[in-house]
Write a protein of this length. Structure first.
Length: 225
């Protein structure tokens, strides 16, 4: 009886060890799947053409989420990538709600109006404003030619995994460093479908703990005014 009992305990311990090992294998495989890896040739090609796809389309609807300690801002807009101009609604939360109104912008100019104040114009800032940075980058998400697919991996582009965005299966890719700016490596992520269509862009901003998020096709597109 003592021998039989010992064998049962040994068998139970073996099963427990096997279960732990299985859990460790599963956890390890999940970690490997989400770890950055080198782009395949097909992934590099899709990342290379994603801005060109926006230019081909001409214009798209976007929703830009801008973080801010005062409550954050949301821009719901239509962007004409060929003429590089955009028009939409600006909405804020918390103290930022006083900014509610409509805006239009180009790479150099921002105009805004509310229910109580008519149109005002100012230069689009290149530094010091998270909102201006987000608006400027949004207009830059198109190009009249594809990027060089061979250079993207050399400049830090990586594959991060896959995710479904608004019903579209996408690959999540870490963008390359900006030209002549190695410090920008790892600051931009792209969600790109199999045909190269861009469905989300997320960019880190040094002054904010949360990233700016640009979502595409969140509402119908109407040409900017």
């Amino acid at each position: 009886m003592h021998i039989l009992r010992s064998r049962v305990l040994i068998a139970a311990a073996a099963v427990a060890c096997a279960a732990v090992a299985t859990v460790l294998v599963v956890v390890s495989s999940k970690s490997d799947a989400s770890a950055p890896r080198a782009l395949t040739a097909d992934e590099a090609n899709r990342l290379a053409i994603t801005r060109f796809r926006n230019y081909e389309t001409g214009g798209r609807a976007v929703r830009i989420t801008v973080p801010d300690t005062a409550g954050g801002l949301t821009v719901t807009a239509s962007v004409d990538f060929r003429s590089k101009r955009a028009y939409g609604e600006l909405r804020g939360a918390g103290r930022n709600s006083s900014s509610d109104g409509v805006i239009r912008w180009t790479p150099t100019q921002l105009s805004a109006a509310s229910k109580t104040v008519g149109w005002t114009n100012r230069p689009l800032q290149t530094t010091g404003s998270t909102l201006d940075t987000a608006l400027r980058i949004t207009l830059g998400l198109a190009s009249d030619r594809p990027d060089n697919a061979q250079l993207l991996p050399q400049n830090g582009a990586r594959q991060l995994g896959q995710e479904t965005i608004n019903g579209h299966r996408t690959d999540v890719m870490l963008g390359p460093a900006a030209r002549d700016r190695p410090d920008t490596e790892g600051t931009v992520k792209y969600w790109i479908a199999e045909d190269g269509t861009m469905y989300r862009v997320q960019l880190a901003v040094a002054s904010e703990p949360q990233p700016v998020v640009i979502d595409f096709d969140t509402q119908p597109y109407t040409p900017p005014k």
